[in-house]
Design a protein around this ligand. Structure first.
Ligand SMILES: NC(=O)c1ccc[n+]([C@@H]2O[C@H](COP(=O)([O-])OP(=O)(O)OC[C@H]3O[C@@H](n4cnc5c(N)ncnc54)[C@H](O)[C@@H]3O)[C@@H](O)[C@H]2O)c1
Length: 325
């Protein structure tokens, strides 16, 4: 009786086991080469799928990151950016250039500002659409940025979005920061954002809608780079600047937020950091790699869009998990 019960249950179990083994073998044989995620909790038994190469950059072989694909313009309608006029500083390079690219693709008119004239003109030529403008302006020059805002408002009759991206970083020991370097960092990285928020806010107020995104850095939260003390102070200032303007401009329907990039593969980072600094930055991020400027830009454009309508005074961190607060 007992042995009969055993035979009855063992035979179907063995059949199930061998069927499962065959299916698994077939799946393994069908897998493309490379690393795979394994989902052993799947209700259909174990499933696996390949890890895209872009997710392995710097983990496997240190190959440079391919640009992440961004959906075509038609799929960006839900950002609500079509017809908006956006001023982007630091638009000739890195994160600012990627921000300008997404805004233009989503239907906004971009006023791209940078002190690098050939760079910003090239960036504008590469944008989709016709109405964009390149402005060669030094954001440390207060009268020049006030004129820039006034010129933009005259030209387009509106200014809806301000993306304060421009900044400089020169790594040096804190003892080497003299008064000239101190003033340079404060005026480009911090004072410019204050003046631009104030001037842009005046044009947004009457329309009852606006988005301001100020770019800070993980260095504004955590002191881990002794070569960037004064830079870190400017970036900490940006966090408070954002909260102050969020309070002041909120009653006029203007959302003001901070974007906090982690280590991102741009000229600012690669020019100033050694290979061992870069390796340490990759290791700090649970995702195991540097960010692509387009990935940071996506987070920034979310804050500039209709989707973030109830978010103000916030600091959105895009750091691959390196900075968890
Ligand atoms: N790359 C990173 O790892 C990283 C990390 C944290 C924060 N950030 C921040 O992201 C922002 C963008 O940095 P990025 O990495 O793209 O740097 P980047 O050097 O590639 O681009 C900065 C741009 O700002 C412009 N610029 C500098 N000074 C200017 C001035 N006085 N007037 C007008 N334009 C000026 C430069 O010409 C350049 O085109 C900065 O605010 C930076 O502090 C970057």
């Amino acid at each position: 009786m007992v042995s009969g019960w055993n035979r009855m249950s063992v035979i179907p179990s063995l059949t199930l086991f061998f069927n499962g083994l065959c299916r698994l073998n077939l799946e393994v044989a069908a897998r493309p080469p490379g690393r795979h995620f394994i989902d052993s909790d799947s209700p259909d038994g174990e499933r696996s799928w390949p890890v895209p190469n872009s997710h392995l950059m710097h983990v496997s072989d240190g190959a440079p990151a391919p640009a992440p694909q961004f959906p075509a313009d038609a799929t960006l309608a839900w950002l609500g950016l079509s017809g908006r006029v956006a001023l982007v500083t630091g638009a000739a390079s890195g994160i600012g250039r990627s921000v300008a690219e997404i805004l233009a693709t989503a239907g906004a008119t971009v006023v791209a500002c940078d002190r690098d004239r050939p760079g910003v003109e090239a960036a504008v030529r590469a944008l989709s659409g016709e109405r964009h403008v390149a402005e060669s302006v030094d954001v440390a020059d207060l009268s020049a940025i006030e004129e820039l805002i006034a010129r933009t408002a005259r030209r387009f009759g509106r200014l809806d979005i301000l993306m304060n991206v421009a900044a400089v970083l020169k790594r040096m020991p804190y003892e080497a920061v003299d008064e000239i370097e101190w003033r340079r960092l404060m005026s480009i990285n911090l004072r410019s954002q204050y003046w631009l928020c104030r001037a842009a806010g005046e044009h947004m107020k009457p329309r009852g809608w606006g988005r301001i995104v100020n770019v800070s850095s993980g260095a504004g939260f955590v002191a881990q780079d002794t070569g960037a003390t004064a830079y870190a102070i400017t970036k900490a200032g940006v966090l408070t600047l954002t909260k102050s303007f969020a309070r002041a401009l909120g009653p006029f329907g203007i959302c003001v937020n901070t974007l906090v990039p982690g280590a991102t593969e741009t000229p600012m980072l690669t020019a100033g950091w050694s290979e061992s600094d870069l390796a340490a930055a990759r290791a700090r991020a649970p995702l195991g790699r540097l960010g692509h400027p387009m990935e940071i830009a996506r987070a920034g454009v979310f804050l500039a869009s209709e989707l973030s309508s109830y978010i103000s005074g916030h600091a959105l961190v895009a750091s691959g998990g390196a900075l968890m607060r």
